[in-house]
Design a protein around this ligand. Structure first.
Ligand SMILES: [Zn+2]
Length: 398
C-alpha cells in the first residue's frame, strides 16, 4: 500500500512549513522548491495554503536581489500559533507561551517548596498560572484570534503515556495521567514528559520546528534532583518505556549517603541542591548561587561539596559515555549555575574513566541559555505537533 495523495500533501505541507521556519523572512517559494525537490507549482499552492491559514505571512521583497522579479520572502506569522509550556519542579512551578517564530510571549514562575505536596492542589495552581500566561500571550499577540495549539507539561520523574510512575523529590507516585491532568483540561494538555527530556528537546530544537541544535549530546538537568536527556542523531534516546536518562540514580559510591530513591551513594546524593547545601554546611533552601558564593568567599566545606559533586558527576557521566558513545555533554539547571566550579573535577574523571577519551575526549560545556529550558522545550514540543501535521490547523474554520 502506497501513501495516499492526502498523506503526500500533508507531508509536503509540513516540509514547506519547516523550510520557512528554518530560514524565516529570507526564503522564497522558488528557493523552497529547489531545496525540497518539489515542483514550483506545488510549493506555491502549499505556501498559499499556509498563508491563507494565517500561519505564514509574506514579507516585503529585498531590494537587493539584482535582476529579475524578486521572490517574496516568507516567514512564520508572529503571534499566530501559540504553544504553552508548563513545568512542575521541586522549588518552583513555571508556565511559558511561545509562538511559531520562537518568541516567548509570556513567562511566569512561582517559587515555593513543592516537596511532599498534594498533586491536586499543585495541578490546580499550575492550571491557574498557565491560564494567566496564555491570556497574557493572547493579549500581547498582534493577531486578533491566535491559534492555541495546546500545552505540554514537564515533570521531574518517570512519566509514561498513562501515568506519572514516580517523582521521588515531590513525593508523588503511581498517579494515573487522566486524573493528574484533570485540572489542565481547559489548557488542552497534549504532551507530558520528563523535564530533562524536554530541556534536551529545547537544546536540539532551539526554535520551534528547527532541529538545528547539536546532533548528539547528553543534557544534564539539575535542581533538587539530577536527570539527563539524551539525544542521538537528532532523536531522543528514550528507552523502552521513555524512562532513560535517570543519571541522578547512578551509584557513584555504594558506601555513600542515602538518596531520596532509597538506594545509597546515588549521584543526586552528592550533586542535588539539597545534598550540596547540606554538604556545604549551609541551610536547607540555599540556592546554587549562594553555595558558589560561599565557596568563592573561602568556605572550605562549600569548596569540598562542589568538588565532590563534580567528581560524582564525572563518574556518572563516564559510565554513560562508555555505554552510549556520545562525547558531547551540556550542563543545564543548577548544574549550569555551578558549572564553572564543577568542570575541573568533571573533566578529570571523564579523562580517567572514558575508554575513548584518547581519541575523542568528551567535551563538557554549559548550556548557552540554561534558564527555563524544560518549560521552553514543553512549548516547543506542542508546536512541533503543528509543524509535523499542519493540515488540521490549516483546515480551521475562521
Ligand atoms: Zn537515588
Amino acid at each position: 500500500m502506497g501513501a495516499s495523495l492526502e498523506d503526500v500533501r500533508a507531508a509536503n505541507l509540513s516540509l514547506v512549513l519547516r523550510h520557512i521556519l528554518v530560514q524565516p523572512g529570507t526564503i522564497s517559494r522558488a528557493a523552497i522548491a529547489t531545496q525540497a525537490g518539489i515542483t514550483r507549482a506545488t510549493v506555491s499552492r502549499l505556501a498559499d495554503e499556509l498563508v491563507s491559514a494565517g500561519l505564514v505571512h509574506e514579507l516585503a521583497p529585498s531590494s537587493e536581489t539584482g535582476r529579475g522579479r524578486p521572490g517574496i520572502p516568507l516567514g512564520p506569522r508572529p503571534g499566530m500559533a501559540i504553544g504553552l509550556g508548563l513545568e512542575i519542579n521541586i522549588s518552583y512551578i513555571s508556565a511559558c507561551a511561545i509562538d511559531l517564530t520562537g518568541e516567548v510571549l509570556s513567562l511566569k514562575t512561582i517559587h515555593g517548596d513543592f516537596a511532599g505536596t498534594k498533586p491536586d492542589a499543585v495541578m490546580a495552581d499550575v492550571a491557574e498560572l498557565g491560564g494567566r500566561v496564555l491570556a497574557a500571550a493572547q493579549a500581547k499577540s498582534p493577531v486578533d484570534n491566535p491559534l492555541f495549539v495546546g500545552s505540554g507539561l514537564a515533570l521531574p520523574g518517570l512519566v509514561s503515556s498513562d501515568a506519572l510512575m514516580l517523582a521521588p523529590n515531590l513525593g508523588w507516585r503511581d498517579l494515573p495521567m487522566a486524573s493528574l491532568l484533570g485540572p489542565l483540561t481547559p489548557l488542552d494538555p497534549v504532551v507530558v514528559a520528563n523535564e530533562a527530556d524536554l530541556a534536551a528537546f529545547a537544546v536540539a530544537n532551539p526554535r520551534p520546528g528547527v532541529p538545528n541544535g547539536p546532533a548528539s549530546f547528553i543534557y544534564v538537568s539539575g535542581e533538587v534532583g539530577i536527570g539527563a536527556g539524551i539525544i542521538i542523531n537528532h532523536n531522543p534516546l528514550s528507552g523502552a518505556h521513555g524512562w532513560s536518562g535517570e543519571i541522578g540514580h547512578i551509584c557513584v559510591d555504594p558506601a555513600g549517603p542515602t538518596c531520596s530513591c532509597g538506594a545509597s551513594g546515588c549521584l543526586e546524593a552528592y550533586l542535588g541542591l539539597r545534598a550540596l547545601a547540606s554538604n556545604a554546611g549551609m541551610p536547607e533552601g540555599s540556592t546554587a548561587d549562594e553555595i558558589v558564593e560561599a565557596a568563592h568567599r573561602g568556605s572550605l566545606r562549600a569548596q569540598a561539596a562542589i568538588a565532590d559533586g563534580g567528581a560524582a558527576l564525572g563518574r556518572a557521566l563516564a559510565a554513560v559515555v562508555n555505554t552510549v558513545d556520545i562525547p558531547e555533554i551540556i550542563l543545564g539547571g543548577i548544574v549550569a549555575s555551578i558549572g564553572d566550579d564543577l568542570l575541573p573535577a568533571v573533566r578529570d574523571e571523564l579523562r580517567a574513566r572514558v575508554l575513548q577519551s584518547a581519541w575523542s575526549n568528551p567535551e563538557v560545556r554549559i548550556a548557552g541559555n540554561p534558564a527555563n529550558l524544560a518549560v521552553i522545550g514543553a512549548a516547543h514540543r506542542t508546536l512541533e505537533r503543528l509543524v509535523v501535521d499542519p493540515i488540521i490547523w490549516t483546515a480551521r474554520p475562521d
